[in-house]
Design a protein around this ligand. Structure first.
Ligand code: GDD
Ligand code: MG
Length: 399
């Protein structure tokens, strides 16, 4: 891969957010190939094939699924590079038709062709809920002792499985992507971000180059999603508020496709459902920013680096309707609204946006999103012991 060196960054306490990086070549060749002039002046960095491969060997890819078309899920699995460990967390329906059983069969069959084990688990699997209870993390389970609904809740379960599998990195890829080639690209970009990072606390977020839409009788390649336009504007406003300099650095406020070093993932406070990606930025600003609480020497040493990489493939996924997008805008802006970092001026701006959309009433405030405590609190041994009985997790747990 040949990738642009970030041109700029914003520092917020011990958090560094790098500017968007463009990709110049998806396959940048092997290591040891004579450096091109661009490598010499380091405007473009070559991340050799071998290095991407080494990082991908240490990476788990979590694929959240809820009632998606099997052909799409299969395409996504086909795009995941061979060295990665694939973990499918499904919250698909079990009754009246057991869609999960159909998914499981289809994935098991598919993985025979890959000669790769794909871990498939249902979000509501009682053993999973029990593992969180035994590990001392009751917040994520409901009254029936099962993991709660939501994409973020599935991601959290996935992170724990990646941790148990001893992985160093964890990436997330939505299961409703039409282009397997885009999936492959995103994961190489995750690896490229980790390859250039100097910190063990790293996050890599993908910004799509374009999102094709049918407009009149032709294709139109839109640059920004409807939710990201709002989220990025408000996050940039928040960063500018503290630095005193207007910035547009944040381009990935709602990046569904992103990856974290497992060390960092274990320290994060995740928000429920679709608020999760925006909350990650807010959580990092709160924890590493030095505005809330002091920055101790350890936090400064363990600074966090956020990379934003612009993918080349168009992003095409299932269209799920306007209400769904409005819900996403509401939950994303709501986590910013309720952060102790957010000044009144920005809160007023958020209220105006949400009220103009009619998702928040004239005298209402946006509802507070559920946030979960850091996963580092979970007693790993108890969590793992509770999953030992699971006959589909043997390989992952090294049993
Ligand atoms: N395990 C699990 N549990 N998966 C879920 C759940 C759940 O409760 N709900 C949704 N998913 C899966 C979907 O099947 C899909 O693969 C993925 O999570 C994303 O859900 P979508 O419903 O397709 O969301 P979206 O496409 O509107 O939004 C995506 O992109 C946004 C950025 O534009 C998501 O990734 C958002 O989180 C992201 O902000
Ligand atoms: Mg989608």
């Amino acid at each position: 891969m040949r990738i642009e060196t970030p041109r700029e960054f914003e520092r917020f306490g011990a958090m560094l957010v790098y500017g968007l990086q463009k990709i110049y070549q998806l396959d940048g060749g092997l290591a040891g190939v004579a450096a091109s002039p661009q490598n010499g002046d380091r405007v473009i960095q070559q991340i050799p094939y071998e290095q991407l491969h080494e990082i991908e060997k240490q990476m788990a890819i979590i694929v959240p699924v809820r009632n998606e078309r099997l052909k799409l899920v299969q395409g996504v699995l086909c795009g995941i590079p061979n060295p990665c460990l694939t973990i499918v967390i499904s919250n698909s329906q079990r009754t009246p038709i057991d869609r999960f059983a159909i998914e499981q069969d289809s994935i098991a069959n598919f993985s025979r062709f890959l000669q790769n084990d794909i871990v498939v688990i249902h979000q509501k699997d009682p053993l999973l809920g029990n593992a969180f209870a035994k590990g001392g993390y009751p917040e994520i389970i409901d009254d029936s002792n099962r993991v709660r609904d939501g994409k973020a809740e599935g991601m959290i379960a996935g992170i724990m499985l990646a941790k148990l599998a001893g992985k160093k990195y964890v990436g997330f890829i939505d299961s409703d992507n039409y282009f397997p080639g885009a999936v492959l690209e995103y994961i190489h970009e995750f690896a490229a971000g980790f390859a250039t990072s100097k910190s063990k606390n790293t996050m890599v977020r993908i910004a799509w180059h374009s999102k094709p839409k049918v407009l009149e009788s032709g294709l139109y390649f839109a640059k920004w999603g409807r939710a990201s336009t709002h989220t990025n504007r408000v996050l940039n406003d928040l960063l500018s508020h503290y630095s005193g300099f207007e910035t547009e650095i944040m381009k990935t406020g709602n990046a569904g496709e992103h990856a974290l070093s497992v060390d960092l993932a274990m320290q994060m406070c995740f928000a429920s459902g679709y608020a999760v990606e925006t909350q990650q930025i807010i959580a990092l600003m709160e924890r590493f920013g030095g505005v809330i609480g002091d920055l101790d020497a350890r936090i400064i040493r363990d600074r966090v680096e956020v990379y934003q990489i612009e993918s080349r493939n168009p992003h095409l996924h299932e269209v799920k309707g306007d209400d769904h997008v409005d819900d996403m805008i509401q939950s994303s802006l709501s986590v910013i609204y309720h952060s102790a970092l957010t000044p009144e001026r920005i809160k007023t701006d958020i209220l105006e946006t949400l009220r103009s959309k009619g998702t928040v009433g004239p005298r209402q405030e946006p509802p507070q999103q559920q946030t979960y405590p850091p996963l580092a609190r979970i007693k790993l041994r108890s969590f793992k012991a509770a999953l030992k009985k699971h006959d589909r997790l043997n390989t992952l747990l090294g049993a």
